[in-house]
Design a protein around this ligand. Structure first.
Ligand code: DQA
Length: 149
């Protein structure tokens, strides 16, 4: 059975690989997308992979995922710490949601310690570098199997 997972990325993640590589590493967002598609193919998961710097794009894509996705992996980036609107959009989704952060947000500035998303996510991955994305997909594959049973 084929399933669809939306992998959504928030502001400044288009600069991955160039932006603060000591924190976010050297892999680019294209590398992350390739990793996600490789894991997706192993689990018969179709990957919809998107990034935007605009909050309204992310909200529209979450609403699209609400209709079309069996799972969501989202790195809301800075909107994690500010956006009630993104949380509300995710709350309206019935599918499993994994929140991903490349860095360990709990080991950084205190304003990054609070997430509006974590309490409505099935799970949270932080501090695994870009490896967090394939790990999120592995977990979503398990959660989607449980929903299908
Ligand atoms: C981030 C952590 C956020 O605090 C930050 O604003 C980001 C990226 C991460 O992946 O580690 O842009 O979500």
């Amino acid at each position: 059975m084929s399933r669809t997972v939306y992998v959504l990325n928030g502001p400044n993640l288009n600069l991955l690989g160039k932006r603060e590589p000591d924190i976010y590493g050297h892999e680019t967002l294209n590398d992350v997308e390739a990793d996600c598609r490789r894991i997706g193919a192993q689990h018969n998961i179709e990957i919809v992979f998107r990034q935007s710097n605009a909050e309204h794009d992310l909200i529209n894509w979450i609403q699209e995922a609400r209709e079309q996705a069996d799972g969501i992996a989202i790195n809301p980036a800075a909107y994690t710490h500010t956006s009630v609107a993104i949380r509300d959009a995710l709350s309206a989704c019935e599918c499993p949601i994994i929140e991903v952060h490349i860095s360990n947000i709990h080991a950084r500035e205190s304003f990054r310690h609070h997430s509006y998303v974590s309490s409505i996510a099935s799970g949270v991955i932080a501090g695994f570098g870009t490896q967090g994305y394939p790990i999120a997909l592995e977990r979503l594959a398990v959660l989607m199997d449980q929903v299908a049973k």
